[in-house]
Design a protein around this ligand. Structure first.
Ligand code: ZN
Length: 153
């Protein structure tokens, strides 16, 4: 099985994710990506903002509370969507995953999107697929983000 080398994101959602990172600067933002999985590719159709529960150092750590995640997942299912992945921002830091990001990533097959926010402005956004089959062989693989105008087609 080959891994999906790309991630489709609707234009409005992509803009909302980047705007979220600008709003919370100099702290990190985080949230969940909701979408549909078709022919081996995720199409992200919505993004849900999550509160950053890490109060110790919100500028370089992020976390979504488990209870909040359960609620997000239930509401997504009600709309025919699944959790496609997660996003967060890296204030004044490159859009590359950190060892902490990797350690805290557990949703294999999902996308982890990172937006670098440089001096308050959203810069590069990258997405990494959490590939593998278990916690032992999981790995991040960069995937191309394709911004699409609408979810259909
Ligand atoms: Zn990070």
């Amino acid at each position: 099985m080959s891994s999906p080398a790309r991630l489709l994101v609707t234009r409005s959602v992509f803009a909302a994710i980047r705007a979220h990172g600008e709003e919370t600067y100099p702290n990190e933002c985080c949230g969940a990506l909701l979408g549909r999985y078709t022919d081996g590719v995720w199409t992200v159709e919505d993004a849900v903002r999550a509160g950053n529960t890490r109060t110790d150092s919100a500028h370089n750590r992020y976390n979504i509370a488990p209870t909040e995640l359960v609620k997000i997942e239930r509401e997504a299912r009600g709309r025919g969507l699944d959790i496609a992945g997660f996003y967060h921002s890296h204030p004044d830091h490159p859009a590359q995953w950190s060892p902490t990001d990797f350690a805290e990533a557990h949703w294999i097959g999902c996308a982890y999107m990172i937006t670098a926010v440089e001096q308050g402005k959203a810069a590069v956004t990258n997405s990494f697929l959490l590939a593998g089959t278990t916690e032992e062989d999981k790995r991040f693989e960069q995937q191309a983000i394709e911004v699409v105008d609408c979810a259909a087609g």
